[in-house]
Design a protein around this ligand. Sequence first.
Ligand code: PLP
Length: 401
Amino acid sequence: NSVFANVVQAPEDPILGVTVAYNKDPSPDKLNLGVGAYRTEEGKPLVLNVVRKAEQLLVNDPSRVKEYLPITGLADFNKLSAKLIFGADSVAIQENRVATVQCLSGTGSLRVGGEFLARHYHERTIYIPQPTWGNHPKVFTLAGLSVKTYRYYNPNTRGLDFEGLLEDLGNAPIGAIVLLHACAHNPTGVDPTSDQWEHIRLLMRSKGLLPFFDSAYQGFASGSLDADALSVRMFVADGAECLAAQSYAKNMGLYGERVGALSIVCKTAEEATRVESQLKLVIRPMYSNPPIHGASIVATVLKDRDMYDEWTVELKAMADRIISMRKQLFDALQARGTPGDWSHILKQIGMFTFTGLNADQVAYMRKEYHIYMTSDGRISMAGLSSRTVPHLADAIHAAIS
Ligand code: PLP
């Protein structure tokens, strides 16, 4: 007669559950390509040098205390984060039209943005791409929005379904919210070209659709922080409203520090002030105020010219290692004569390759080769190394043949 006798066992998270299964596997050859976390060539997690430096500065500064941050977080961090995504010369920032609040990484920023929209925006429907990061539909549904999808990926070309995307957004109700991956679309690795972005922007603005950018990989896709923010900046430059959720998990390697920001670009400074006042009402009963450590690291790095430059070099090295893994995997499949066209491994960008392997092939590779990935065939390129590429190529070859 326990009071929780009726609680049923919940399924594992589809992404984090891959790591749970991996951890249980005793094989010395096992390889975890499930979770999107950067690994070194030696397969180890990486703490950036510049992050270690910033932490040293923080630890040695006696004026640092552990007081509560304001509900909106660290003011410097918010200003610098807006500048990072919208650009140093952003007119919206100069005109004080941007409300930025520190949130719990990308996920928390999406959730706070979603709840704000559910309370204060007239159209409660959000369109998310098909497919998308598995947490999106859950985050927005629980935020109080109604979730619909728009076509995004064409499995035949392994590229963008641009016509399908335009048709679905064209048929969305006036004013609907549209979730856009700023760059390095997860899980497909397929991004619109800048011409296609311009097309999307014109269509969305003509229908009053509200863009909500998810920027979880700025700098990680191309190695350039500016290039990876191009889509967001195109939308902000036209002067209309826009939301952006930023994460420092991948680009600064601060995964577990849970540091991110939500920015809402408004039409006027006065509106941005009112929007911020309402964001506080969303945040206060949710977690009161955000944690101080991660945001202090980010602010320390972004504020100092030398540290900022050092960060961009380390960030580019991570992006380049991922790009070189694409080349190595592609070459290894060519060398084995694996049937099919694998050029999408080279074309897709960001942390993931959407291999095109089906759930049966994924299960086979787990069973026979101890290689772990999500059942949609997505592999994290950041989890690969020169040493493990041949094992993966053997497994793919066997699964296909
Ligand atoms: N959005 C996308 C598309 C992601 O891939 C991720 C992480 O995998 C996130 C958001 C959120 O990550 P975090 O909450 O760790 O910043």
